[in-house]
Design a protein around this ligand. Structure first.
Ligand SMILES: *[C@@H]1O[C@H](CO)[C@@H](O)[C@H](O)[C@H]1NC(C)=O
Length: 524
């Protein structure tokens, strides 16, 4: 009998139950706002669970305007764009926000934004000291922010295998081979739901056919940077690097997204920032108490937008709030509030709010939001109905889903008028169907088999232990396109059908010819 002190027994024990090993994990975050908030949360989760984590961070200056910076428990390698550039970048962002607030959300603006990312990427890839240091560190795995193409180029340059974490919905589905059937999976930017009539399906199909042109245009923006930083023969394409990811994780949950087919190398881990609420400050608690039974509403237009560059727009919102009985907690940088506008009597401006904690307060009645996924996920988690003012990016598409599932509605920015805004807020607060729907989706979100932080940890460790995600990737990634779409098989079958049809027609003609010539002979 093997005693407990027997070394063989101990060895067997270790083989059966290996101790979880700490891995060296690099996270890459080159964008501010909600993208950074998610990469920060991911880094914390991995760090808290015993891994050695370092973040490769690009600081574009004031990434979370209004928030006190906090010490990160994990290591960070950071560099910053120069101040002149940061000023220009902010000015461009400001101009684009004005366009968005006027309801002009164009592809041109998006391409301009990508151009900036490409410029920044060139600077990033020139950070030789950081690259040399990170190469020496020999990371087991990188978890990269999957929206910015530069993250992929940095991971490739470092030669580290990577998991791509995408902070949005399935915007880039085509590139990683998860285009669903066009009959019920709406293309990104289509503003369609999963229930399409004939013209909806027609629009969806046309958008699909046009999508390679747009995708190609976007990737081309990074070609100069790729040419400069990779030698001939080892130049990757952005699409290759998308497919090269060991795993794709989307910030998606089917409490919001429409059901659709996926692949094993695509996991949905939505709502990493939605958590049980902590108590709010006494000062806010006092303000909320003044609202009596009416309760209060939370207003935030995204982590990056701390003020509105368009005074007309701000006035309409402010006048709308003055017409409702609720108290309003509005995340707005107080120093940037225009002096000529009086803040409505029931509004409290705050430079930064802990949105998740406010949404978990028993007296909250509504979230007014730009429609970013993190905000929506927090609202759904806490069962709070939503009024959206979608401005850019995925926000419109996200709000289409919220509306389709009756969890709220949205106002296109060019229709922002005080009266309309106040009526919409009243309707969503008073009509009980919104609250009922969002409570139902809240249960769906909260009763997931595993909470999102554990899912994330589980998948990251699985990829490290199994030596990559090769076992999850479909063979289609290696197939030439004509094989993937079975064009060779279709060509073969069509040829066979054509040849057989031709032969049958030939035989029929010969038979008819003989029949007629026989008849003629008889008649003669
Ligand atoms: C990248 O930056 C370097 C150094 O500032 C500059 O010389 C080069 O032209 C830039 N390349 C691209 C593609 O922007």
């Amino acid at each position: 009998m093997a005693g407990e002190k027997d070394p063989a027994f101990f060895l067997l024990f270790l083989l059966l139950f290996p101790l979880p090993q700490a891995s060296k994990i690099l996270t890459i975050s080159f964008l501010g706002g909600s993208h950074y908030l998610l990469m920060d949360e991911i880094s914390r989760i991995l760090h808290d669970n015993g891994h050695e984590v370092r973040m490769f961070l690009q600081d574009i200056g004031g990434m979370l305007p209004g928030r006190q910076s906090r010490q990160s428990p994990y290591a960070v390698s950071t560099y910053s764009m120069d101040e002149k550039y940061i000023k220009e970048f902010k000015a461009l962002f400001n101009e684009q926000q004005k366009d968005n607030l006027r309801g002009r959300n164009s592809l041109d603006n998006f391409m301009m934004f990508l151009n900036e990312l490409s410029y920044q990427c060139n600077v990033t890839l020139h950070q030789t000291d950081i690259f040399n240091f990170l190469k020496e560190e020999k990371y087991d795995l990188a978890v990269i922010e999957g929206f910015n193409p530069c993250s992929f180029l940095a991971a490739e340059k470092l030669g580290v295998p990577y998991i791509a974490f995408f902070p949005g919905p399935f915007m880039n589905a085509g590139k990683i081979g998860i285009l669903g059937p066009l009959s019920y999976v709406p293309m990104f930017y289509s503003e369609l739901t999963d229930r399409m009539d004939f013209f909806g399906r027609l629009k969806n199909t046309l958008m699909y056919l046009a999508s390679p042109i747009v995708d190609g245009k976007m990737d081309a923006v990074f070609q100069m940077v790729i040419n400069e930083h990779f030698t001939v023969g080892s130049r990757p394409s952005i699409t290759d690097l998308h497919i090269k990811a060991e795993l794709w994780i989307y910030n998606v949950d089917f409490a919001i997204e429409f059901p659709r087919p996926l692949l094993p190398n695509v996991q949905c881990i939505g709502g990493l920032l939605a958590k049980p609420a902590k108590p709010v400050s006494q000062e806010l608690e006092d303000f909320i108490a003044e609202s009596g039974d009416s309760g209060f509403i939370v207003v935030t237009l995204g982590s990056m937008i701390s003020s509105l560059p368009l005074v007309e727009f701000l006035k309409e919102m402010n006048d709308g709030f003055a017409k409702i009985p609720q108290k309003v907690i509005w995340r707005y940088k107080r120093s940037e509030w225009p002096k000529e506008v009086n803040v409505a009597h029931n509004v409290r401006l705050m430079d930064w709010v802990s949105q998740n904690d406010l949404l978990g307060h028993p007296k909250v009645r509504l979230l007014v939001t730009h429609g970013g996924l993190n905000s929506l996920m927090e609202a759904v988690y806490h069962g709070v109905p939503i009024v959206g003012i979608p401005l850019f990016g995925d926000q419109n598409e996200n709000m289409v889903r919220i509306k389709a599932k009756s969890m709220g509605t949205f106002i296109p920015p060019d229709q922002m008028k005080a009266e309309n805004f106040a009526n919409t807020i009243r309707e969503v607060i008073e009509n009980s169907r919104y609250k009922a729907s969002v409570m139902k989706q809240s249960i769906i979100l909260r009763s997931r088999p595993l909470p999102p932080d554990q899912q994330l940890l589980g998948w990251v460790e699985h990829i490290i232990q199994s030596g990559g995600g090769g076992h999850l990737k479909p063979y289609s990634y290696q197939q030439p396109w004509y094989q993937q779409f079975l064009l060779d098989v279709i060509l073969f079958i069509s040829t066979c059908v054509a040849v057989v049809t031709y032969l049958i027609l030939k035989v029929i003609r010969v038979l008819i010819y003989f029949m007629f010539s026989n008849r003629k002979q008889k008649q003669n």
